[in-house]
Design a protein around this ligand. Structure first.
Ligand SMILES: C[S@@+](CC[C@H](N)C(=O)[O-])C[C@H]1O[C@@H](n2cnc3c(N)ncnc32)[C@H](O)[C@@H]1O
Length: 200
């Protein structure tokens, strides 16, 4: 995997990314996931790998109206699309989750939706996520496919994402442990992957 190619790949997809919006029932599934994280209305949230901001309206639904939230993606053109969204976060920052330009202990919740298989150095990203989480803060890695079907999907797409793999839960637990995160929720179902870690 190569960050330069991955970034280019998503930059090229940015303009058309929202042409296949998430169906309403998927929105419900995503909201259920957010609700399971027991997010406080004033929580500081980072949407990591936010893409065009497909989660923004759902994040807005679970926090108080005047609570800002934060979003980041390393594909500049994705962040440009995200800036057009209502339900604005603090402007989406263009940045790399493997080297976060953020001080320690800042966030209660980090959401990583659809991000993890595309990260070149997953261990570095997890260490960075832990660093910027506050004590008892949560990292949620989630997908609307299980690891098996997601990995098949990327493989069939071919090209840059052909070998972008989501680890199994067993491998994810090891990665969490190495990064100093305690596993809180861990599910790999046909239509959902959810792995939540806590910084104790
Ligand atoms: C499959 S898209 C998901 C985007 C969005 N979360 C969604 O569901 O629509 C993956 C996103 O992760 C971003 N990404 C991949 N590696 C990254 C990294 N190291 N740092 C920041 N963003 C990254 C890509 O640019 C892309 O926008």
């Amino acid at each position: 995997m190569n960050d330069f190619e991955t970034k280019n790949y998503f930059n090229q997809l940015a303009e058309k990314w929202d042409q296949h919006p998430i169906e309403p029932d998927k929105d419900d599934q995503l909201l259920q996931i957010l609700n399971r994280l027991q997010i406080q209305s004033n929580a500081r949230i980072l949407d990591a790998g936010c893409g065009t901001g497909r989660l923004f309206h759902l994040i807005r639904a679970v926090i108080a109206k005047n609570t800002p939230f934060y979003a980041m993606d390393y594909a500049f053109l994705m962040t440009q699309q995200a800036k057009k969204k209502k339900a604005q976060p603090i402007y989406p920052i263009c940045g790399d989750v493997q080297r976060l330009p953020i001080k320690d202990n800042q966030f209660n919740i980090i959401l990583a939706f659809g991000l993890f298989p595309h990260i070149q150095e997953p261990k570095s990203a997890l260490i960075e996520f832990r660093r910027i989480l506050k004590k008892n803060g949560k990292l949620a890695i989630f997908h609307l496919k299980g690891s098996r079907s997601l990995n098949q999907f990327h493989h069939q797409l071919g090209g840059v994402v052909r070998d972008h793999f989501l680890p199994s839960l067993k491998e994810m637990h090891i990665l969490f442990h190495e990064a100093g995160l305690k596993v809180d929720i861990s599910e790999d179902l046909p239509d959902k992957f959810l792995c939540v870690g806590i910084k104790e």
